[in-house]
Design a protein around this ligand. Structure first.
Ligand SMILES: Cc1cc2nc3c(=O)[nH]c(=O)nc-3n(C[C@H](O)[C@H](O)[C@H](O)COP(=O)(O)OP(=O)(O)OC[C@H]3O[C@@H](n4cnc5c(N)ncnc54)[C@H](O)[C@@H]3O)c2cc1C
Length: 385
């Protein structure tokens, strides 16, 4: 199944297989009185945010506007508003789903409730979601954007990021990264989104803006839709991508040193390494309340190898794999379902770890809704029957 086509391991595409492409199903309908929106399964966050922000509303969504709502929601969904409203899947109210045998189901807390639990973090294992219904919230403008620091201060900047992320109010969520400027100069960045009173936000973000001082400080009152497109260009379609990531509960000095050392050796200037915070409200949900179990993680760390020349595939993929292995001791050992590759690459143990304690309950759902594993080129839950 293909939603927005963003899955970096490429699970939506199968050599010699049939792909159910939802790209033609992108409508979004907002009910401003109920503060809800129903969006078709192939919509992107750009589609969704455009329609909901027309009413001053939004829900947590991915940080790049051309990502699909489909895969991102089903895997959990980290985003800027998660400090206050939880993950994307925490805002899902219901879904329409077509099962492997062609049955059309309404899936909600009151209808097919166990499947509703599984859709919130269990990935695209159980059927084709033709539409998602979300809870919306009043949002914007927000105080957000990146501050950029010199690479010579990368370690101090990431320590500041770590301490800041661990002590913020619900209104904020954060990203910390090592990246290269368009001119090819390496640097460290802290990007924030404060979703609340702008005056209060100025006070909360003071330390981020004072540190350094930054080479550039683009933190400003900004429409939410613009925050959602801040990093779109860095992930333009048509480039070559290979991602690795893991959840982490705390960011140690050694982890920071490891990232800096490996980032220096990256074969491509387009590649980045980052921390994306889960968010306070996302952390408060019980790990078994939804299929997304990694509620105790402070953030996801990741390396996004990005390059242009197919001849450089080998060295860039090797770089990401080596960095992921070097970082593994500093992580929970669990991958994010939305970034994990197929079982042939990752192995059975990593697949199970990506679902944590919820794997067996998800496998039982797979037995019930897709016992022949018709949907098998996806987030890897196998029927046990
Ligand atoms: C540049 C970039 C930025 C990202 N940023 C974030 C971020 O901020 N937060 C975050 O949490 N993740 C992020 N991700 C990861 C993202 O969640 C996954 O890539 C996700 O799989 C994308 O969903 P998609 O629908 O676009 O993908 P697709 O490749 O279209 O689909 C991936 C899989 O999801 C399932 N799926 C998709 N749509 C449906 C549907 N309607 N019904 C049933 N199954 C479906 C299928 O199994 C499908 O194979 C990012 C990825 C990229 C490449």
């Amino acid at each position: 199944m293909r939603g927005g086509g963003h899955n970096a391991p490429g699970v939506a595409v199968r050599e010699g297989g049939l792909m159910i492409d939802l790209a033609g199903m992108r409508s979004v309908r907002v009910d401003p009185a109920r503060r809800t929106a129903r969006a078709e399964g192939g919509a992107t966050w750009a589609d969704f945010d455009r329609e909901t922000q027309a009413f001053g509303l939004a829900t947590t969504g991915g940080a790049i506007s051309h990502t699909g709502i489909g895969g991102l929601t089903l895997g959990g969904g980290l985003g800027w508003l998660a400090g206050r409203y939880g993950l994307v899947c925490d805002n899902l109210l219901s879904a329409d789903l077509v099962t492997a045998d062609g049955t059309v189901l309404i899936v909600s807390p009151t209808e097919n409730a166990e499947l509703f639990w599984g859709l919130r973090g269990g990935g695209g294992n159980f059927g084709v979601v033709t539409s998602f219904e979300y809870q919306l919230h009043l949002v914007g403008p927000v105080l957000g954007g990146p501050a950029l620091y010199p690479f010579a201060k990368a370690k101090e900047a990431l320590i500041l990021y770590r301490d800041f992320a661990a002590s913020i109010p619900d209104e904020v969520n954060t990203l910390g990264a090592l990246l290269n400027s368009p001119d090819g100069d390496p640097g460290a960045a802290i990007a924030v989104c404060y979703n609340g009173s702008l005056d209060a936000g100025e006070r909360v973000l003071r330390d981020i803006r004072a540190f350094g001082p930054p080479l550039a400080d683009d933190i400003a009152p900004t429409p939410y839709c613009k925050i959602q497109t801040l990093f779109d260009e860095a992930f333009a379609r048509g480039r070559r991508y290979y991602f690795k990531s893991n959840f982490t509960r705390r960011i140690s000095d050694d982890a920071i040193d490891t990232l800096i050392e490996h980032f220096r050796a990256a074969p491509s200037r387009q590649s980045i390494v980052y921390f994306q915070q889960l968010g306070n409200a996302a952390n408060r949900v019980d790990p078994t309340a939804t299929a997304f179990s990694h509620r105790d993680a402070l953030c996801e760390w990741g390396c996004d190898a990005v390059w242009l020349d197919p001849a450089a595939d080998g060295e860039n993929i090797r770089w990401a794999r080596e960095l992921a292995e070097a970082m593994r001791p500093f992580t929970t050992g669990s991958d994010y379902v939305n970034h994990i590759g197929l079982e042939t690459e990752e192995g059975t143990d990593r697949i199970r770890a990506a679902y944590g304690a919820n794997y067996d309950r998800l496998a039982a759902l797979k037995n019930k809704y897709d016992p022949t594993n018709l949907f098998r080129h996806n987030q890897n839950i196998k029927p046990t029957a």
